[in-house]
Design a binder for this molecule. Sequence first.
Ligand code: SAM
Length: 277
Amino acid sequence: MIDNLPPLRQILDDHDLQARKSMGQNFLLDLNLTAKIARQAGDLADCDVLEIGPGPGGLTRGLLAEGARHVLAIEKDRRCLPALSQIADAYPGRLTVIDGDALEINPLAHLTPPIRVAANLPYNIGTELLVRWLTPPDWPPFWQSLTLMFQREVAERIVAKPGSKAYGRLALLAQWRADARIVMNLPPEAFTPPPKVSSAVVHLTALPKPKFEADAAVLSRVVATAFNQRRKMLRSALKGIAPDIEDRLLAAGIKPTERAEQVPLEAFCALAREVAK
Ligand code: SAM
């Protein structure tokens, strides 16, 4: 028992919360598991935690039981609100629920640093939210860490290393200014209803500054162009970036005959610097 609230199955029954596919709803009902996920987020005692999609509140309860100073939860499905206010009553002053769409709401006005993000994300908006969190106008970002559930295949793209099929834009974006690792794997049966695929929790820690110097917009353009035609040699995939791209590749220490998939982050950053010259 992590708290004195009713078990999650009872909460689903009491509030008639049938999971809806259109809302990306696959609930975690095992509170020991949600507490374990909350522990992956690090020391929560002095932090505000932003949670997207609390649903019936399994992870929310985990975060609160693990000592989060304050949880701000944004939930789009109004059917979940009564269950969440029951949790807010059990943890006075420590849970605020915003009724709305996480893609539309700027949560910063409601959060006090240091801030961590933890969520069992709805799969349909997970990557979009991650990309937004990784590309703020200024760095360091508002968050210290992100602890996020993804489909296993997306989690692998976030932590991928050069030479693997999963390596691409998402890996470079995530690893340029953050440390990213998979901290838990979950089979479909961990969820109600079980999704078709396995899931994994990724933990990202924001670095104070990028691992290698580069202009964010130039790096993003170079990487996107290179991976748009990932099977082509870079000298032809990147032709549109600069007429003398072959010289710039060589100046960055990259063989013009290499393919994007082989090029490590450090070399992409060197190329972005050459292109920006
Ligand atoms: N956190 C709960 C858990 O672990 O059991 C629920 C996770 S479920 C995968 C995703 C949750 O996100 C659902 O509660 C769903 O209603 C909510 N959701 C879906 N789209 C959303 C959006 N655009 N903004 C906020 N919440 C959303």
